[in-house]
Design a protein around this ligand. Structure first.
Ligand code: AMP
Length: 231
């Protein structure tokens, strides 16, 4: 089994818009998205043994153990990655250990795939205002992201309801100030290490400013992807 598409990694803090940008790539480019956060939340909502084990860590803004996340990604890639589409990794890898595991997995099982990193630039203060205004669709298979922030372009058409599946919109259990500051601090520490790792392996890292309306961010992304012949 092999993945024939490219692998694009979005590296950005919580609230950078990885999920919303991934959604546009899925809709407009026909790509596939793997969000490890969405997978974890699905396990929690379905009360699987894994979900029960990771529930508290997620609520309190901690990272899930590397081995658990790596196993989830490996299973997902083997099941869904074997088509002709590019795959967006949204929220993975988050540590150098995970990046090394991904490298090993790709080089052993999917050697033809190119991997491209996109770093999303945004200030901590914007992250905090975005996360405290964020809602997600409570339907596990949807989890669409909305925002009450003016100018975000992410307001739902009907208040409190998802545009896609009409389910209720809820606040994520980790979008409270205490968990947000923990997640942001963790991210800022690991971003450095992760980027150093990718630079040391000679990977190209594209950068985009994500403090813009989502459609403009998407256009900037397309320019970068064209430069790399990914679209
Ligand atoms: P996200 O939806 O990407 O913001 O992720 C939500 C939460 O899921 C994170 O705060 C972590 O607790 C967990 N999580 C998601 N991806 C990873 C990962 N690659 N490594 C460790 N924990 C993760």
């Amino acid at each position: 089994m092999s993945i024939s598409g490219d692998i694009v990694i979005f590296i950005g803090p919580p609230g950078a818009g990885k999920g919303s940008l991934s959604y546009l790539c899925v809709q407009q480019l026909g790509w596939t998205q793997l969000s490890t956060g969405n997978l974890c939340r699905k396990h929690i909502a379905e009360k699987t043994p894994l979900g029960q084990r990771i529930d508290f860590a997620i609520k309190s803004g901690k990272l899930i153990e590397d081995a658990v996340i790596i196993a989830l990604v490996e299973d997902w890639l083997k099941e869904y990655g074997a088509d002709n589409k590019a795959v967006i990794l949204d929220g993975f890898p988050r540590t150098v250990f995970q990046a090394e595991a991904l490298h090993q997995l790709l080089s052993q099982e999917f050697p033809k795939n190119r991997l491209y990193c996109i770093k999303m630039n945004i200030s901590d203060s914007s992250v905090i205002s975005r996360l405290t205004s964020r809602f997600i669709c409570q339907n596990n298979t949807c989890q669409a992201v909305y925002s009450t922030l003016l100018g975000s372009g992410l307001k739902s058409r009907e208040s409190g309801r998802c545009d896609h599946c009409h389910s209720m919109l809820v606040t994520r259990s980790d979008d409270n100030l205490e968990a947000i500051s923990k997640r942001l601090a963790l991210y800022n520490k690991s971003e450095h290490e992760l980027l150093d790792y990718y630079r040391s392996t000679g990977k190209l890292i594209g950068e985009i400013d994500v403090e813009k309306p989502l459609q403009d961010v998407f256009q900037d992304l397309i320019i970068l992807l064209k430069q790399q012949s990914i679209v």
